[in-house]
Design a binder for this molecule. Structure first.
Ligand SMILES: *Cc1c(COP(=O)(O)O)cnc(C)c1O
Length: 374
């Protein structure tokens, strides 16, 4: 114990082990059904996830990036259109906009938060702007009331990137239908994670739900009759069976994350580091516990030396990625996104992280932060 104890960033094997009996039963059932695309497993999960997210419809798709792309396509967003996106986010948010031929227009976060600032977004709206694409980053919801109000005023669509926010709430209402379409990822490391790639969209709009189901199935509603140039992006029945099992445990697992987050917040509050802020109207689900400090690299090194795994979400902001070099994105002035890339550090958090590990993280962060700032 003590010195030699490795603290994993997120132990996916432990997550599987805890539910192994239930998960194995579900996989066997799906395998033995003889039905391997669509069907009962997918329909059951879609109905349960729609109910959980308080949305009318859920359509399973192949992954989170496809969910975003299909959401934009279902809203007829394409070549030449502009979509407001956060400057500080995972690259998939931007890539989805680029994939449909539209232009991602970055908006900086609210100071003291990591989410898109609706107030400063207004200045970026032009005659070409078609949608706002907020991300509920790290599991802390964006202010959907402010964002939807702005969208309504300018007749813009709202697509939410909820890949990190399964179960989060805004003013008591679950993420799932504040915007026109909500895109979900069930990548294994998410709060609700499959044992492989998977994704979904939720919406209250019948037309959008039907269009996304068609677009993700070759643009076809009736086999071999193709109304649109769609893609193949469907939720795998085996993953759906797995997700239905894990959905039943999501709230309990989010509560465990919440307890760890509260413990970190209490224990680290006196240190000269920035802790995550959750607005009073929000319920976060702690996909990540992200701290920020100008001494990030030093802290990262101390934690690594102590066998504590940490990650940086994200080390390079989208506008500085080589993928966006040809459009001159690096010339944009996005000081907050650039500062966060240099200062943020994600501490270990997850439903299977034990108390002893949490204590070890706290003690190394406390020792390092005190000695580097005194
Ligand atoms: C994980 C993630 C995605 C993409 O999901 P995939 O299933 O990996 O395609 C999109 N946006 C955000 C914010 C994410 O964290």
């Amino acid at each position: 114990m003590g010195e030699s104890m490795t603290v994993p960033f997120l132990d996916l094997k432990a997550s599987y082990n805890e539910l192994a009996a239930e998960l194995d039963t579900a996989v066997l059932r799906a395998s033995r059904s003889g039905w391997y695309i669509g069907g009962a497993e997918v329909e059951t999960f879609e109905a349960e996830f729609a109910a959980y997210t308080q949305a009318k419809y859920c359509v399973g798709v192949g992954n989170g990036l496809d969910a975003l792309i299909l959401a934009l396509r279902a809203l007829d967003i394409g070549a030449g259109d502009e979509v407001l996106v956060p400057s500080h986010t995972f690259i998939a948010t931007w890539l989805a906009v680029s994939a449909v031929g539209a232009i991602p227009v970055p908006v900086e976060p609210i100071s003291g938060s990591y989410n898109l600032d609706a107030a400063s977004a207004e200045a970026y709206i032009t005659s070409r702007t078609k949608a706002i694409l907020p991300v509920h980053l790290y599991g802390i919801p964006a202010d959907m009331d402010a964002i939807c109000q702005l969208a309504k005023k300018h007749r813009l669509a709202v697509v939410e990137d909820a890949a990190q926010a399964h179960g989060a709430k805004v003013r008591g209402k679950r993420i799932g239908s504040h915007g026109d379409v909500v895109a979900w990822s069930f990548y294994p490391g998410k709060n609700l994670g499959a044992l492989g790639d998977a994704g979904a969209i939720t919406t209250n709009d019948t037309t959008i739900a039907q269009r996304i189901r068609k677009l993700g199935n070759y643009g076809s509603s009736v086999k071999y009759f193709n109304e649109e140039r769609g893609i193949n992006s469907r939720l795998d029945p085996i993953q759906a069976a797995i997700l239905a099992v894990k959905l039943k445990h999501l709230d309990a697992w989010n509560t465990r994350r919440e307890n760890i987050a509260q413990h970190y917040t209490r224990a680290l509050a006196h240190l000269p580091i920035t802790l995550p802020q959750v607005p009073a109207w929000a319920e976060a689900v702690w996909h990540l516990y992200v701290i920020a400090t100008p001494q990030r690299d030093l802290l990262h090194a101390s934690l690594t030396k102590a066998d504590i795994q940490t990650l940086i979400h994200y080390p390079v902001p989208p506008h500085l990625q080589r993928a966006y070099m040809d459009v001159g994105a690096s010339k944009l002035s996005l000081p907050l996104a650039e500062r966060y890339a240099n200062e943020v550090l994600s501490l270990p958090i997850g439903p299977q992280l034990d108390a002893e590990h949490v204590e070890k993280v706290i003690s190394v962060v406390a020792d390092t932060s005190t000695s580097t700032n005194s």
